[in-house]
Design a protein around this ligand. Structure first.
Ligand SMILES: Cc1cc2nc3c(=O)[nH]c(=O)nc-3n(C[C@H](O)[C@H](O)[C@H](O)COP(=O)(O)O)c2cc1C
Length: 304
């Protein structure tokens, strides 16, 4: 059957409505309106969609072969990122606020008005444990003890990494730190007050410099890409979202204010963190600070 005959056969299968839509698309393409040239995110999504037809542009070619050993699945990029030979601060045991989840969820807000006061090391420890701490271990990916966290992640691969610009935490020198998820410790990457740098990196958003701490969440793309191919980019963004919501709720429970910040200069933040922007990329900042907005909190909002 010639291509023309094949096309005719397909068109005959379509309803008048479907023909109208198809014709509309063909006309747009004919005058040069190609959606993939103006919106790379639609192109990406079309590329990674799993389709009911079973045919996806990305199917076989972009999903890498999953490395397996005799014992099982091998994880090429370790989940626990650690910085050797840098000063560390062991975080104290967290203490959990006595507040119901319902109340915490109902009163969560983005809070940006910080009064510049310091939070305690104990509050920081609790915030990190609730938002992204380790809560268990399971054998997996050829590891005997694969850590599990307070947030879910695609394949249990825990794509987010957590960095902190400590700006006002009692007993902790200001500086850029990395959170060691198993040791529940801070690894100092660059001492000093980075609050003004961060405000600048966040396109001048002014409230960052009065925050007690700014948490910088990256996505370790390579940690998920080997398993899910290009679709992993989606999963990585979702993982970061789950972690960020935990941060919001933990801050709220501690009567602190938190605000997500996605407006920032990516390459500058990545240079600041010392990550390459490809294997590991900056995804989201979350400022946390003491705020007078948190009137020990008013009655929770009731749904309209
Ligand atoms: C992905 C994401 C990015 C955001 N980026 C910013 C930001 O760059 N600056 C900011 O002030 N707020 C930012 N926000 C906070 C939103 O503005 C806020 O969630 C929204 O206005 C709803 O208010 P609420 O969180 O108090 O309910 C962001 C929120 C999300 C989820």
């Amino acid at each position: 059957m010639s291509a023309k005959e094949e096309l005719q056969r397909l068109v005959d299968l379509l309803s008048d409505y479907e023909c109208e839509n198809l014709l509309g698309t063909v006309r747009k393409v004919a005058v040069g309106e190609r959606f993939w040239e103006t919106d790379i995110s639609i192109l990406y999504n079309e590329q990674v969609k799993t389709r009911s037809t079973g045919i996806s542009p990305s199917s076989a070619s972009t999903i890498p072969t999953i490395p397996a050993t005799e014992e099982g699945l091998f994880l090429p990029i370790p989940i626990v990122k650690a910085y050797k030979s840098v000063p560390r601060i062991e975080l104290p045991l967290p203490g959990y606020p006595d507040i119901s989840l319902t109340k915490t969820i109902l009163r969560r807000r983005s809070r940006r008005e910080y009064n510049g006061k310091a939070i305690s090391l104990h509050q920081l420890s609790t915030l990190l444990q609730l938002a992204c701490g380790t809560t268990g271990f399971l054998p997996g990916y050829d590891y005997d003890r694969l850590p599990l966290r307070t947030f879910p992640s695609a394949g249990g691969l825990q794509s987010p990494e957590v960095y902190l610009s400590v700006q006002a935490v009692s007993g902790v020198p200001s500086g850029l730190y990395h959170y060691h998820l198993v040791d529940h410790a801070l690894e100092c990457l660059s001492p000093g007050d980075h609050s003004l740098t961060l405000s600048t990196l966040a396109l001048g958003q002014p409230y960052l410099d009065a925050a007690a701490v700014v948490i910088l969440i990256s996505g370790y793309y390579e940690r998920v890409r080997w398993k899910y191919g290009e679709r992993a980019y989606r999963y990585m963004c979702m993982d970061a979202g789950f972690l960020a919501e935990n941060l919001y709720l933990a801050a709220e429970a501690l009567e602190l204010g938190a605000c997500a910040i996605a407006g920032f200069v990516d390459d500058a933040v990545e240079r600041f963190l010392g990550i390459d922007g490809q294997d590991e990329m900056a995804l989201l900042l979350v400022s946390v600070g003491v705020t007078d907005e948190v009137t020990p909190l008013a009655a929770p909002a009731t749904p309209a």
